[in-house]
Design a protein around this ligand. Structure first.
Ligand code: PLP
Length: 493
């Protein structure tokens, strides 16, 4: 068994004036901590000298307690390595005894009621995530990590970690690290047509947090928001958590149906939308609908939350400018992420907010988690400033184009009209419909068993009229993995 490194001890309360000798109080306490699992087999305990120092007692009771527990087989000592909880303790002896802590009169049902949590948490639970059972081809949201300049990135992070100045170690502005906000404003202005300066950029811990900040700053509990139907489950979670009521508004080939939205929820205070590459269907909001949506927001004094999660990659046509760039009434809050262009575990994203809302967003962000860890912000700023970011995006465009073609060809050859591709013009994923009667959740479960990760479409619907389909991420899959993945997928239904 591996020896655990920690030498922390849970708090000990000794009674120096009590009738029980100190060594016995200490040994009883340690024995109990081992029996109820707070100290695990192999875990190091402090030396008698430091334990005595910490407890403000002489070393003699500590020595006495350790000797007794060694004799009983609870502790063992290694020359040069200190004292540990015995590794040979039978596992059931060392298992936590929590259920036994309940008084005998408390029935299980009563215990459940007494452990009641908020009703809100039901909205936080994601729908069945069958596709996460496999790391194989088509995992949605997975960039080409094998092509990420990992060595360069580690060097940058390492250097920033070694040279972190005092300003990098103290509380920063809730809006984020200013040089990174400047770099992001420059990038979004040039690449996405976003009209902003650094004062409007808020660095988030990924889009998911950006959505939460928007929900809390823009809307009160019980107010309504238009949600694309089908739409992004991460957004459903964020708005549900804030107690916002979601009105599903259908998406057709032109994107969100604004007129239906007005008919379905005229009182909505906001709309959440992914106009450049609708999640999950992959459509693009048409120019007419863009104008209609901006006009609605201006007339109804509503907010638009624009999720621009992967529009760096566009294949059918030139990249489209952001909706924020066409907004003349400052009604759009732009939401960006580095999860696709860099990697998801980086947990960095951004919001661009209208100037008159900066103070409110700063306060909202401060209340939620103060600010994002500075180290990665500093490394990313240099990564952008030195041109690595732009270079990586260019390289990935070429790679994803090839991978996209390989998936489309494979689907055509192996699935034919059993899989009708509906959105494949942008990003790192495509969506398609399954024949009527085929259960997409079951297909995705069977695919996971075969080492393929495909995300079902139906859980992306809030309402009843869910269509059955699949979302296939191709960004993170090599050409061989794509070929094999499509072959396996064809066997799933
Ligand atoms: C529509 C949409 N928005 C945002 C994100 C990125 O989320 P995050 O920045 O929290 O990783 C994703 C990731 O899959 C997404 O599909």
């Amino acid at each position: 068994m591996r020896r655990l490194p920690a030498s922390y001890l849970p708090p000990i309360a000794l009674d120096p004036s009590g009738s029980t000798p100190l060594y016995q109080q200490l040994s009883e306490w340690l024995r109990q901590a081992i029996l109820d699992g707070r100290l695990r087999p192999g875990q190091r305990v402090p030396s008698t000298r430091s334990l005595a120092g910490e407890l403000g007692i002489s070393r003699i009771p500590a020595l006495g307690a350790y000797e007794q527990l060694q004799a009983e087989g609870y502790l063992e000592t290694f020359r040069g390595a200190g004292t540990c909880v015995a590794r040979a303790l039978p596992d059931d002896l060392a298992r936590p005894l929590r259920p036994r802590c309940l008084p005998p009169s408390v029935s299980v049902d009563k215990a459940t009621a007494s452990r009641r949590v908020s009703q809100r948490v039901a909205g936080m639970r994601p729908p069945a995530q069958t596709w996460l059972d496999s790391l194989g081809a088509f995992r949605v949201g997975m960039p080409a990590l094998d092509h990420f300049p990992a060595a360069l990135w580690s060097r940058l992070v390492g250097r920033h970690a070694r040279q972190l100045p005092i300003e990098g170690m103290i509380y920063d502005d809730p809006m984020g690290y200013l040089p990174l906000r400047e770099a992001v404003a420059g990038y979004l202005g040039t690449m996405r047509g976003v009209r902003c300066d650094a004062s409007q950029v808020l660095i988030t811990t990924g889009s998911q947090q950006g959505l939460q900040i928007c929900a809390h700053v823009l809307l009160d509990a019980g107010e309504r928001i238009w949600m694309e139907e089908p739409g992004y489950p991460g957004a459903h979670q964020a708005f549900a958590t804030a107690g916002v009521r979601m009105a599903p508004v259908p998406v057709d080939e032109e994107g969100l149906d604004v007129a239906r939205g007005e008919a379905l929820a005229v009182d909505a205070r906001a709309a959440y939308i992914s106009p450049s590459h609708q999640f999950p269907l992959g459509t693009t909001l048409s120019a007419a609908r863009r104008m209609q949506l901006l006009d609605w927001a201006a007339r109804r004094h509503a907010w638009i939350i624009e999720d621009d999660y992967d529009s760096e990659y566009r294949f059918g046509s030139r990249p489209l400018a952001s909706l924020q760039g066409s907004d003349r009434h400052d009604r759009v809050i732009y939401l960006g992420t580095f999860s696709k262009v860099m990697f998801p575990a980086l947990r960095l994203g951004c919001l661009v907010v209208p100037k008159d809302l900066v103070a409110d967003f700063r306060a909202g962000r401060d209340a939620i988690d103060t600010f994002t860890a500075t180290l990665y912000q500093r490394a990313l700023e240099e990564f952008i400033r030195e041109g690595h970011f732009a270079r990586h995006i260019r390289a990935m465009r070429t790679l994803y184009r090839q991978r996209r073609q390989a998936v489309l060809a494979g689907l055509r050859d192996h699935l034919g009209d059993r899989f009708q591709v509906i959105g494949a013009d942008a990003g790192m994923q495509l969506a398609g419909l399954l024949p009527p009667g085929v259960d997409d959740v079951e297909v995705s479960r069977e695919a996971a068993r075969r080492g393929v990760s495909v995300r079902p479409l139906s859980p992306c619907y809030l309402g009843e009229s869910a269509r059955s389909g699949l979302i296939l991420g191709y960004g993170g899959a090599s050409l061989e993995a794509i070929r094999e993945g499509v072959r396996q997928l064809a066997r799933c239904f």
